[in-house]
Design a protein around this ligand. Structure first.
Ligand SMILES: [Fe+2]
Length: 391
């Protein structure tokens, strides 16, 4: 047993119901919380889906009044959370129901923090800075990626600096996650691809994190196995509910792992890029992953050998050099099969912008748990490989 596995570790999760039609249990749980005025936190696009209206209709008989806050946007912003918290308090709401992807759920968590602790959401950046628990929070995730529905993380964009701030606290772990594959059947294939690669990245980063534990390892490895088996199938028009269930289960297990082991350099660099350039989180991770595996590999080669086995690669008697190339080939072919590009075009990318990206990535809390310390120069080189300036 390694020294790391003997260290004290905490493992925090919400109550979880997973399965087909789990979302339809919402009415019963509203009664458990004795809530009368819930606020639904979501985005505007969700109104197009029939399963959303079906879910809302199951809430109405259990409450006096139902309020909607559908102002959340991709890479959710401090101003959205502050507006939502103001509404929550002024309307006298008593429960938050987040229905959506990671952006809606993170925004809901931030609304909950400000509703009970006051101040500005950015006051709570960092680890364990949230003092008071928020109102009850129920999450119905609609993507198999962020795992915000089970995690201790809330990521919010500071609009004054365009930096994504991480709030990490057990006070933001939702009370209940109703994890249902049905909403995934209506998800756009490219969003499915990017969010699934985000989930796979969570599992890989949690497994090689320098705060991993026996409890996080088991979920991280199982997640890699589950996701890699179905990731390509999940974007096909012939995808089935069984495929999407497996993807969702894999994403959940990645969430259990990373929420408790934290993440690494992919997320640190992705938060920095996504915040400043307003890019999709999963797309940034997909593009960065192969580069970070290459730079981290030498520090924990045995951990990467276990990851390779979960990817169904025959690596028992191969050299470390070949092992690394086999893992990179699999990750690159996965990205290519999902039609995710190898780099992102940025209009007139200036040197000073790259300096800002490097500085913010190195200051991101996820960088602390990367298995290897990255230098400024290494981070700059990787940004050079994944960002292409467009005149
Ligand atoms: Fe992520």
């Amino acid at each position: 047993m390694t020294e790391t596995l003997l260290e004290l570790r905490k493992f925090v999760i919400p109550e979880i119901i997973i399965g087909v039609d789990a979302r339809l249990l919402i009415g019963r749980y509203i009664s458990h919380f004795n809530a009368k005025k819930p606020m639904i936190v979501t985005d505007k696009a969700i109104h197009d889906f029939e399963w959303f209206h079906e879910t809302i209709n199951l809430i109405r008989p259990h409450v006096e009044k139902l309020f909607f806050f559908d102002e959340t946007t991709p890479n959710p912003k401090d101003i959205e959370a502050m507006l939502g918290a103001d509404l929550f308090l002024s309307l006298g709401c008593d429960l938050i129901i987040a229905i959506g992807g990671g952006s809606s759920i993170d925004c809901a968590k931030c609304i909950s923090i400000v509703a009970s602790n006051g101040g500005n959401i950015l006051d709570y950046e960092g680890v364990d800075e949230v003092k008071m628990p928020g109102p009850p929070l129920i999450c119905i995730p609609t993507t198999a990626g962020s795992s915000a529905d089970v995690s201790q993380f809330a990521i919010i964009k500071d609009t004054a600096t365009n930096i994504k701030r991480a709030i990490i606290s057990k006070k933001v772990v939702p009370d209940l996650a109703l994890i249902d594959p049905v909403p995934l059947m209506t998800m756009d294939p490219y969003l499915t691809a990017c969010t699934a690669m985000d989930a796979l990245t969570h599992a890989i980063e949690a497994y090689v994190s320098n705060t991993h534990s026996a409890l996080t390892d088991v979920h991280a490895l199982e997640s890699i196995r589950l996701i890699s088996q179905v990731i390509e199938k999940s974007t096909s028009p012939q995808r089935t509910i069984e495929t999407m269930f497996q993807l969702m289960l894999g994403s959940l297990q990645a969430g259990l792992a990373f929420s408790n082991a934290s993440l690494g350099a992919v997320h640190a660099m992705s938060h920095s890029m996504g915040g400043l350039l307003d890019l999709p989180h999963g797309e940034c991770n997909s593009i960065l992953l192969e580069h970070i595996i290459r730079i981290n590999f030498e520090t924990v080669p045995d951990r990467y050998r276990n990851i390779a086995r979960q990817l169904d690669l025959a690596v028992d008697n191969v050299s470390d050099h070949l092992l690394l190339e086999m893992i990179i080939n699999r990750i690159v072919s996965m990205r290519e099969n999902l039609n995710i590009p190898p780099r992102i075009m940025v209009n007139n990318l200036e040197e000073s912008t790259v300096d800002y990206l490097v500085e913010n990535a190195l200051n991101d809390p996820c960088m602390v748990t990367n298995p290897r310390v990255l230098t400024k120069e290494e981070v700059r080189i990787i940004y050079g490989r994944v960002l292409q300036s467009q005149k």
